[in-house]
Write a protein that binds this ligand. Structure first.
Ligand SMILES: Nc1ncnc2c1ncn2[C@@H]1O[C@H](COP(=O)(O)OP(=O)(O)O)[C@@H](O)[C@H]1O
Ligand SMILES: [Mg+2]
Length: 616
């Protein structure tokens, strides 16, 4: 075991410990950390690291950056003032902390009290919320199932709290944690998307074998859903079958939760499809005892109470089947702590007061203001390397009078951050926002009619400079080439970038992305037809949106995913209403015919399934 500060790198069991708590680490970041820790105090060039980790294959050096970013987050390290990993620009890395050899820690000897992990240690001002969540975990021991909604506006820290909570869980609990992210879709929502994501995480976790066996035994239909790429077979033909699908999965999850506590995290439930909400509702309502906790984050949408996730939450609240933890803004002291963390230096009372007043305690806002002030050079770094300190260029409280002009809405603040980029950079990010929270370089290139390699370089340069864009990996395209993809650190950046584009310009870009998807997958375009339809629909190209959906439906029909085909065709029919009268006169009856064919196949399939299950 290699020990540095509070951390222990357990090379025989391939994991990282902090204060006796195990921190999960995927194999590659682990290998990077191991190499650095085993060679402390010297420059390790990119080439040396790449050779050590991928001896046989050529890998882009940028990949290292992604892993180092991930490691810094886990270790709570700061690139500006590194305690562990120092970046030597254009050359490589150096592990700067002192490393000693220690006997390995055994899990059984760890303290009973949960200890904060690196990420949790970076969480400020949420001690009460963390301990309330831990109380819920304690109640799991008496087999009382828990459903907890963590709610609050964008950037208030829902994800940060849930992440920290999951990381500081007592390892002795041996809880399985699985996470499903609901995604904001422009067009139709994919059924059970977050559920499938959580199930696949369960199946590859340390308890994965048991999870897979339990699902295969009690909810085999779900394994078949998981095997289909992308599209899950939606709500079965009849409510009875739909209910059964949900019931089976609940039973399987309960059985898993009987062996070990099970924590299911659903992120951003305000974007969930109805089937996922239905499953959560069932999990909350079932009576059987289970060491099961559902932890969902969501935003309280303003105005209407008609959002399905709101209806579900209210209903469960009334029946006392769930609890809501509404996150309040951070108090001034926590804003001060957050500023210290972000800058690696105690802020002056003036700076704290200024940022607190403008951000109103929203952590994302705090970070955005800080970045803005650094970019505007109100805060500058003086001195050399290790001894460098942040200094204020203008004294507070004069600063608000200067051109600092911090807006009072987070969205406007983000807009301001975007405006300080060059027009080319703005276009690039806008094009990225047309995809999803993650966007590949090829799509940006297509949207802007630029060369993909050039765009990738420009994106890399942006990711190095901006804190809200990160390089996240590489996609392999059907022609064997690779295209890097990037993520926005927060969905709100994507939303602002999406909204600021004039509709006609946005439409043109989306059509180019859809066309390029078609070219990339030429001969296999049915696979991406659904995604193409989303772009055509957003661009208002109804004809091509309907055609793409029909192609996707045909593909689904051929794979006997009849319900899925029917759902796509219903959507196509709905879109066809926007067509000109002559176009509609041709398309609508055709789509209707295809829909009837899918529905017939679906009913037949459902009857056969029911017959079979009755016989069994
Ligand atoms: N309590 C906190 N302490 C430190 N950083 C925080 C805290 N809450 C949020 N952050 C940071 O603020 C940003 C936005 O938080 P996030 O959890 O993504 O918000 P939400 O999920 O509510 O939209 C992230 O960079 C996150 O790390
Ligand atoms: Mg979030």
């Amino acid at each position: 075991m290699k020990q540095f500060e509070f951390f222990g790198l357990d090379t025989s069991n391939e994991c990282l410990w902090r204060n006796g708590a195990q921190i999960p680490l995927p194999p590659k970041p682990f290998a990077v950390l191991r190499y650095l820790v085993e060679n402390p105090g010297r420059l390790i060039t990119h080439d040396e690291l790449l050779d050590a980790l991928w001896p046989e294959t050529y890998v882009q050096p940028q990949v290292l950056r992604t892993y180092v970013l991930e490691l810094r987050k886990l270790l709570g390290d700061d690139a500006g003032q590194p305690r562990f990993i120092q970046t030597l620009t254009k050359r490589g890395y150096c592990f700067v902390a002192a490393v000693t050899d220690q006997p390995p820690v055994e899990p059984s000897r760890t303290k009973a009290k949960p200890v904060l992990s690196a990420r949790a240690a970076r969480l400020v001002g949420r001690e009460q919320e963390l301990s309330r969540l831990n109380e819920h975990v304690t109640l799991l021991a008496s087999e009382q199932r828990r459903v907890v909604f963590v709610t609050g506006e964008a950037g208030i820290g829902k994800t940060a709290l849930v992440d920290a909570f999951c990381q500081q869980l007592d390892p002795q609990l041996q809880a399985s944690v699985a996470r499903g992210q609901c995604v904001q879709g422009v067009g139709c929502k994919e059924e059970y998307y977050p559920v499938m994501e959580a199930l696949s995480q369960l199946c590859v976790s340390t308890n994965g074998e048991l999870a897979c066996r339990t699902i295969a035994k009690l909810a085999p239909a779900w394994l078949a859903l998981g095997r289909e790429t992308g599209t899950a077979e939606p709500a079965a033909a009849r409510p009875a079958l739909q209910e059964r699908l949900v019931g089976d999965l609940c039973a399987a999850l309960e059985e898993m939760a009987a062996a070990k506590p099970l924590i299911l995290v659903f992120e951003d439930l305000h974007w969930a499809d109805e089937s996922t909400l239905n499953l959560i509702s069932a999990l909350a309502r079932r009576r059987a005892q289970a060491r099961l906790m559902v932890l969902a984050t969501c935003m309280p949408r303003k105005g209407s109470a008609a959002y399905p996730q709101k209806v579900l939450k209210q209903d469960l609240l009334v029946r006392r089947l769930c609890v809501e933890m509404a996150l309040a803004p951070l108090p001034r002291t926590a804003v001060c702590d957050l500023l210290s963390l972000e800058r690696g230096q105690e802020p002056s009372p003036g700076l704290t007061g200024f940022v607190f007043q403008h951000s109103e305690g929203n952590p994302l806002f705090v970070i955005a203001i800080l970045e803005h002030m650094i970019a505007q050079r109100f805060l500058v770094r003086q001195g050399v390397d290790g001894a460098a300190q942040w200094e204020q260029r203008a004294p507070f409280p004069e600063l608000p009078l200067l051109e600092a002009g911090i807006p009072d809405k987070l969205e406007q603040m983000i807009e301001l951050e975007i405006e300080r980029l060059s027009p080319e950079e703005q276009h690039l990010l806008e094009a990225g926002s047309l995809m999803s929270v993650a966007f590949p370089a090829w799509a940006v290139a297509a949207a802007l009619e630029k060369d993909a390699a050039e765009i990738e370089e420009a994106c890399d340069a942006l990711a190095r400079r901006l804190y809200f864009v990160e390089r996240a990996g590489q996609d392999e395209l059907p022609d064997g080439t690779h295209s890097a993809f990037y993520v926005f650190a927060h969905g709100l950046y994507r939303e602002v970038l999406y909204q600021r584009q004039a509709p006609t310009r946005r439409a043109k870009r989306q059509i180019r992305i859809a066309d390029r998807l078609g070219e990339l997958f030429a001969g296999r375009s049915a696979r991406v037809a659904r995604e193409m339809a989303v772009h055509y629909e957003a661009a208002g190209d109804w004809k091509r949106a309907a055609d793409a959906l029909r192609a996707a439906a045909l593909h689904a029909h051929e794979r006997r995913a009849y319900a899925n085909a029917a759902e796509l065709l219903q959507r196509a029919l709905h879109i066809a209403e926007n067509l000109s009268e002559t176009e509609r006169a041709v398309a609508a009856p055709e789509i209707l015919g295809e829909l009837i064919r899918a529905q017939e196949a679906m009913t037949l399939g459902a009857e056969m399934a029911l017959n079979l299950s009755e016989k069994a």
